[in-house]
Design a protein around this ligand. Structure first.
Ligand SMILES: Nc1nc2c(ncn2[C@@H]2O[C@H](COP(=O)(O)OP(=O)(O)OP(=O)(O)O)[C@@H](O)[C@H]2O)c(=O)[nH]1
Ligand SMILES: [Mg+2]
Ligand SMILES: [Zn+2]
Length: 361
């Protein structure tokens, strides 16, 4: 029988002008490159036009690595040496276009979720109590990594239309300018819209807590049950992860999607730019505060506190802003800086008291 297998081109794997120009600048055009499509313990699966390889990094690379970002992650383009048609050595990570990373809870360690992603689908299941603060956390991480976030509300078969409308309004009230795609893998509602959203050669990352339906949605997009999902009878059992490895899949329409294990906590690391951008209305308001170093907590003449009082700014949003800012600041601080911050705060109080006294007299 004649077996016709279409040859894969690297463009089908998401290779673009950006990586090509980097490859040229770094004089790597003569070397074999591949995309990391799965990450295992101490090994990676990489793919290029020649096929798929199980790949490891060199001892030198491991020795030189100082932080998590120095290791390959799913989505990376890497320079490889093909050992045979199944195994390869990763020599170098090509410069990244985007990176999505988070902090582990209670630890300083960074986790790279994926790289070179265009859009992050932040998925919540409508049958659960979800809060808008979590969306905001994801938005900060996405903004910091130069990635566009999109909200996906899954399992809409479990609620009424009125209830869904309420949820959507609630989200729109808190966030302007974010796309929302309501879906159900049972009724297939919204799946067409999702497929249309996905563009050829672009990479999409599926994020969200365990059990929201990330793998089920990707299976629908793949039109086969390629990924193992939670048993229906087991669907109420929370906390147990069905997907354990990050993995990339290629859709018929040319889109590239990455499935992730459910993220329990979304810790913020060094994301100060992301915070400023996501909370831009707060950053904008703060320019009108009386004191240029206003902490927006107790100061007189604080434009933010006034906006909350006048119901022009959502108090929950403001509180989440303060929380995320503290998390980011704490991440960046070392012992010396903590002391410096104390000193600055002391100076600030002294100055504020002086100004208040001047105002009184
Ligand atoms: N009612 C309903 N159930 C769904 C829908 N989508 C997924 N499920 C069910 O939800 C459960 C969890 O789905 P998964 O796809 O395994 O969830 P996941 O987000 O991949 O979970 P992890 O891999 O653990 O992170 C399964 O029992 C699915 O059948 C939906 O649209 N409606
Ligand atoms: Mg899964
Ligand atoms: Zn203020």
């Amino acid at each position: 029988m004649f077996n016709c297998v279409r040859k894969v081109k690297i463009e089908d794997l998401g290779y673009s002008e950006f990586f090509d120009s980097k490859r040229e600048t770094l004089e790597l055009t003569g070397y074999s490159i591949a995309r990391v499509i799965a990450e295992y313990k101490e090994a990676y699966r990489v793919k290029n036009a020649n096929g798929e390889f199980l790949a490891k990094i060199t001892g030198k690379q491991m020795f030189d690595a100082v932080k998590r970002e120095d290791y390959p992650a799913v989505g990376d383009w890497v320079v490889i040496t093909e050992l045979d048609n199944k195994r390869a050595i990763i020599r170098k990570i090509m410069p990244r276009k985007t990176i999505l990373k988070k902090k582990y809870s209670n630890k300083q360690d960074i986790q790279v979720i994926a790289t070179n992603i265009d859009t992050a689908f932040v998925i919540e299941s409508v049958d659960r109590d979800y809060n808008l603060n979590r969306f905001e956390r994801y938005f900060v991480l996405a903004d910091e990594g130069k990635i566009k976030p999109v909200i996906m509300l899954n399992k809409i078969d479990l609620i009424s239309e009125t209830e869904l409308k309420l949820r959507i309004d609630q989200i729109k009230n808190r966030f302007n300018n974010v796309d929302i795609i309501p879906t159900s893998t049972i009724t297939e509602h919204g799946l067409k819209e999702l497929v249309n959203y996905i563009e050829k050669g672009k990479t999409y990352c599926f994020l969200g807590s365990s059990g929201v339906g990330k793998s089920s949605l990707i299976n629908k997009l793949l039109r086969k049950n390629e990924i193992k999902t939670k048993e229906i009878s087991n669907s109420s059992g929370r906390g147990k992860h069905t997907t354990t490895a990050r993995e990339m899949y290629f859709l018929e329409n040319g889109g590239i999607v990455i499935d992730n294990p459910g993220t329990r906590e979304v810790g913020i690391a060094d994301a100060s730019v992301g915070i400023v951008n996501v909370f831009n209305e707060i950053s904008y308001l703060s320019k009108e505060c009386k004191f240029s170093d206003c902490t927006h907590t107790i100061e007189p003449g604080c434009a933010i506190l006034r906006a909350i009082k006048d119901k022009k700014l959502d108090e929950n949003k403001y509180q989440n802003y303060i929380k995320l800012k503290k998390e980011a600041e704490f991440y960046n601080m070392n012992e010396l800086e903590k002391k410096e911050k104390d000193r600055k705060f002391g100076r600030f109080v002294k100055k504020a008291l002086k100004q208040i006294n001047e105002f009184k007299s």
